[in-house]
Design a binder for this molecule. Structure first.
Ligand SMILES: [Zn+2]
Ligand SMILES: [Zn+2]
Length: 351
């Protein structure tokens, strides 16, 4: 198998992050060599996450090769790696590795490790033919889940599993609002809130296709934030407000609205990533007086990943995907910037 691995490969590379950013398909990117604890994966598909827009806009230091929802086959192992085996199909996630020694890691939440390494940020991502991964942090993909379906579960799905797990104090039939319900993360969030947890879901997004997808995913109601008064409609439906609002959208308006949509003792779960300078407009007095909780989510745990794949096998969670070819990646980035993608785009990696 080793002899078939080329020295150079194709990758989608972000050039000049910021206003004049460009994504170029390059054909002369060296294939990595796995070191200790590392494996080389020949990728088949990768999802393209909305958060990659941050890399294009220059909102922080990212690798020139982003992508963190990759599925492929292990083709080479570094020294000492015994698992996963060559030929096994695995998924690469945003969490490339964690330290295993900090409080978050010791509590079983390596996804919140302050010393974490992220795929597509600290190390090259999955918009390439061959990616290096830490063998200890990849996920085995069950045979019954196709690679293109598994890809969006690795970040979009897992992040929403993490977000919905925060709603442990809510009861069946409690109202949960998903803001950004028609996007890559949101539509999976609607399914996870509605089916396993049996919450009543109010989906908030805009446009016909996002409305249709949100309702197909099980939302009880859809509110179009462009045409309707979201706060008034939520009050009309829920009376006191929702038990929780999960803000998936990266839009500042969505975060500004969130405190107005929850009832007293309500929970605001932040998932979306607006510009780093943006703060949620929530007065300390209001937060105290209404006993609100604000909590954030950075992806989920491996246990949640395994459970999510099982839910996909059982048909409880089905990502809505659009498969695109590798040469279309620059255009997909433009669509992500415009927030015009419904569900998830998954890119086929040239073989
Ligand atoms: Zn992501
Ligand atoms: Zn740690």
């Amino acid at each position: 198998m080793t002899s078939e691995i080329p020295h150079l490969q194709q990758a989608a590379v972000i050039e000049s992050p910021g206003d004049n950013a460009k994504v170029a398909i390059q054909t002369d990117i060296p294939v990595g060599e796995p070191g200790p604890d590392e494996i080389l994966i020949k990728l088949a598909f990768t999802g393209l996450c909305g958060s990659e827009v941050r890399a294009i806009r220059g909102y922080g230091p990212y690798n020139q090769i982003v992508g963190h929802e990759g599925v492929g086959i292990v083709v080479k192992a570094g020294p000492g790696v015994t698992s996963p085996a060559l030929g096994q199909r695995v998924g690469i996630k945003w969490l490339y590795s964690a330290c295993g020694k900090c409080i978050a890691c010791l509590k079983g939440f390596p996804n919140n490790c302050p010393n974490h390494v992220n795929t597509g940020r600290h190390v090259p991502g999955t918009l390439q033919q061959y990616a290096i991964a830490d063998a200890r942090f990849v996920t085995l993909i069950p045979d019954t889940v196709t690679s293109e379906v598994a890809a969006p579960l690795l970040c979009a799905g897992l992040t929403m599993s993490g977000a919905i797990s925060k709603l442990s104090d809510l009861d069946e039939n409690d109202w949960v609002i998903i803001c950004g319900s028609g996007g890559g993360l949101g539509h999976i969030g609607v399914q996870l809130a509605r089916i396993p947890r049996r919450f009543r879901v109010i989906a908030v997004d805009t446009g016909r296709t996002k409305r249709d997808l949100s309702l197909e995913c099980g939302a009880d109601h859809f509110i179009d934030f462009e045409d309707e008064d979201v706060e008034a409609k939520v009050k009309q439906l829920t009376g006191e407000g929702a038990g929780a609002v999960v803000v998936v959208a990266g839009s500042e308006d969505a975060f500004a609205l969130a405190p107005k949509l929850v009832r007293n003792m309500g929970l605001i779960v932040t998932v979306g990533l607006p510009h780093n300078d943006f703060t949620i407009p929530l007065s300390a007095t209001l937060c105290s007086a209404r006993a609100l909780t604000v909590t954030g989510v950075a992806t989920g745990t491996e246990q949640q990943m395994v459970e999510l794949l099982r839910q996909a096998e059982d048909g409880k969670v089905t990502p809505s995907i659009e498969v695109a070819e590798f040469h279309e990646v620059p255009n997909i980035f433009e669509r992500l910037k415009e927030n015009s993608i419904t569900g998830r785009v998954v890119v086929r990696i040239p073989q």
